[in-house]
Design a protein around this ligand. Structure first.
Ligand code: FPP
Length: 238
């Protein structure tokens, strides 16, 4: 069901970003406040992420990219990583089916070869089985780091042995074929990019909020979209 706020936004003819990317920070603190293990926070975060994808799709966003595991996160304690891998297992066996049913697809950016073999297979199947005619994409950044992504692209360009233009780099990144993010949201109060979409963020608008990710509900997402809608994007022009 659509919320009143959501209807109002459509009526107001708000400028809806085509691509929204989200740094989902604050799961650990959310869990700690409840005297629960960090995995409890990631679990709540996954539910928030699924709800956010629904809201984004309803509003007319076409790409929702979420930072679910950074290259740096791989050095977290094994117990926390196992908790995250279990969430990925659950997402790719169960939740993706709901996405497909809604005509949406899942894509992945990052180097998944560092993940457990069974998780890799589930991810590859999840991407391959996505509807070919999808109009909405959930893009999961898994073992993603922008510097590593750019380095991979540059090496691929070098192996071609030709001089490259900006567009060539874009077409060698994991995000190839996707529009650059119009809006990057970071929850959890920190004001940094943390190695997320460095190349693609050249002209993105930013929205930072203290809300911890598990509490980033539809109303909070709509607030971010409303803030974006008021921005005057000049792309370096006057
Ligand atoms: C950062 O918060 C969040 C993560 C490292 C993981 C985010 C993952 C999810 C929301 C689940 C995604 C699920 C799928 C299926 C893709 P933090 O733990 O660093 O929080 P803190 O700063 O409060 O410690």
């Amino acid at each position: 069901m659509r919320s009143a706020a959501l209807f109002a936004m459509k009526e107001d003819n708000l400028n809806i970003p085509r691509h929204v990317a989200v740094i989902m920070d604050g799961n650990g603190r959310w869990a700690k406040r409840r005297f629960m293990p960090r995995t409890f926070g990631h679990n709540a975060g996954m539910n928030t992420m699924i709800a956010m994808a629904r809201t984004a799709k309803k509003l007319g966003v076409q790409y929702l990219t979420v930072y679910a595991l950074s290259t740096e996160n791989l050095s977290r304690p094994q117990e926390e990583l196992e908790g995250l891998y279990n969430l990925f297992r659950k997402y790719f066996t169960k939740n993706v089916k709901d996405l497909y049913a809604e005509g949406a697809a899942v894509r992945v950016i990052g180097d998944i070869t560092a993940l457990p073999d069974d998780v890799q297979s589930l991810i590859n199947d999840g991407v391959a089985n996505s509807p070919a005619d999808a109009r909405f994409f959930v893009v999961l950044a898994l073992n993603y780091g922008a510097r590593a992504e750019i380095t991979r692209a540059v090496n691929a360009a070098i192996s071609r042995g030709e001089r490259v233009e900006e567009g060539d780099i874009s077409s060698l990144l994991d995000t190839r074929g996707m529009p650059d993010p119009d809006l990057i949201i970071r929850t959890g109060g920190e004001l940094r990019l943390s190695n997320f979409l460095l190349w693609q963020a050249a002209y993105s608008e930013f929205y930072f909020t203290d809300v911890l990710f598990p509490d980033f509900n539809a109303k909070e997402f709509e607030k971010a979209i409303a803030a974006y809608s008021k921005r005057n994007r000049r792309f370096g022009k006057i």
